[in-house]
Design a protein around this ligand. Structure first.
Ligand SMILES: Cc1ncc(COP(=O)(O)O)c(C=O)c1O
Length: 405
């Protein structure tokens, strides 16, 4: 039996190899070279954002968001329950209370009408994901955020190239992208980007991703350390402010989250190819959607009129009245037809980390019902061949008959 893999991930070719060769032979710093700034400018322009800061992963970008927002104990955020654990890792680490909203069962994105009831005077942000590259319904969400004067943090791990109402995702408060090799574009395995329209957050995130410290400084009144005076030579400048200043208090301590010049060079090539990759994924998605419309009991994911999914994932749903058990159906596709099925994502509030904080079953009932009973993700990637698409569609058609109770 030939297996249809869930995803072969990003596609790299000669142009990427040439970009690597060019950077290595250019003599520029592999860590600090101009390639990184150029990639940031390309990505910023692509999203029409004010700033883009390249980082080592989307998880790193999400950590920087929690830092620039100074989220900590006593603060709360409202968050989608349907996402990967990276969305809330920094929040757990910093003692922030996460209040889980619920999802729209047609899109798996946060349901705007489930947000307001979770907001109180401690709420500092709304966290969401553009699930599978399908844009969340940003207009009502931004309206709620504006009414409470809080920012929206967008987990765009799947959403490079996604469009909401004709505009690329990324020109928002804080938007975090992933270039992990399984995503629609990659910077050689790992990588990410933080985009923002806020000048202050951009400056802070840029400093924090490269060991910056944010805090109030005071003049020491001397440039002596013990018996040693600061020598008058730039050789000693690497000590930064340490000869002359003290911190009155440290607010945020940066870390090392940089992307290398070689990764950035590959990212620039991949970004140029991104719309083409998405168009290929969109064709697969369209063929699935047309086929599913003819299969009783199966429902395709909904992309709103005027929006464009990046089709990182293709989700469909086994209808509750179909008489088909989702688990049996998924097992049939995987075991008997060689169609690799994945379920994304285990409800966040039911993760062991969040259960340790008192979260539990029943908190986001729509998300739970859809995850435990209805959703499956079909294989999709930009390298899919027609025989693979046909195999998936045939297996879906047969499976919905075979698995009917
Ligand atoms: C929704 C979501 N957020 C964040 C991440 C983390 O991305 P990265 O691996 O770049 O840190 C992922 C990774 O799959 C994801 O699916």
């Amino acid at each position: 039996m030939k297996v249809v893999e869930h995803s072969v991930g990003a596609i790299l070719g000669e142009e990427e190899i040439e970009a690597i060769r060019r950077v290595i032979s250019s003599g520029q710093s592999l860590a600090w070279g101009p390639e990184r700034t150029a990639f940031e400018e390309d990505f910023r322009a692509y999203c029409q954002a004010r700033h883009a800061i390249s980082v080592s992963s989307c998880t790193a970008a999400l950590h920087l968001c929690a830092q620039v927002l100074r989220l900590g104990p006593g603060d709360e955020v409202v968050c989608t329950p349907q996402s990967f654990q990276s969305t809330t890792l920094a929040l757990i680490a910093r003692g922030v209370r996460v209040r889980f909203a619920d999802i729209d069962p047609k899109t798996l994105n946060i349901a705007p009408d489930s947000i307001e009831g979770k907001i109180n005077e401690r709420t500092k942000a709304i966290y969401l994901v553009h699930h599978g590259g399908n844009p969340a319904d940003m207009d009502p969400i931004r309206k709620i955020a504006a009414a409470h004067d809080i920012p929206v943090v967008e987990d765009c791990a799947h959403a490079a190239g996604t469009e909401y109402r004709g505009q690329k995702i990324g020109a928002g408060d804080l938007c975090c992208f992933s270039f992990h090799s399984l995503k629609n574009m990659t910077t050689l395995g790992e990588g990410g980007m933080l985009t923002t329209n806020n000048d202050e957050w951009a400056a802070e995130a840029g400093a924090l991703r490269t060991m910056g410290v944010i805090g109030e400084t005071v003049d020491r009144g001397t440039d002596r350390i013990g018996p040693y005076a600061k020598p008058d030579s730039k050789v000693f400048d690497h000590a930064g402010i340490s000869w002359t200043q003290d911190y009155a208090g440290i607010e945020e301590l940066g870390t090392h989250y940089r992307l290398s010049a070689v990764q950035a060079a590959v990212g620039r090539v991949q970004l140029r190819k991104l719309d083409g990759f998405i168009a290929t994924r969109a064709r697969v998605a369209q063929l699935y959607t047309e086929a599913i419309a003819e299969i009783p009991g199966l429902r395709p994911v909904k992309v709103a009129e005027g929006d464009k999914s990046a089709w990182h994932l293709y989700t469909c749903f086994v209808e509750p009245d179909s008489g088909v058990d989702r688990d049996r159906f998924a097992k049939y596709l995987d075991n008997e037809r060689g169609v690799q099925i994945i379920l994304r994502f285990w409800p966040l509030h039911l993760s062991a980390e969040h259960r340790a904080e008192g979260h539990g079953f029943g908190e986001s009932p729509i998300c739970e019902k859809v995850w435990f009973e209805q959703q499956i993700n079909l294989p999709i990637c930009a390298a899919m061949e027609d025989w693979e698409i046909d195999t998936v569609i045939e297996a879906l058609t047969d499976g919905m008959q075979e698995c009917r109770a």
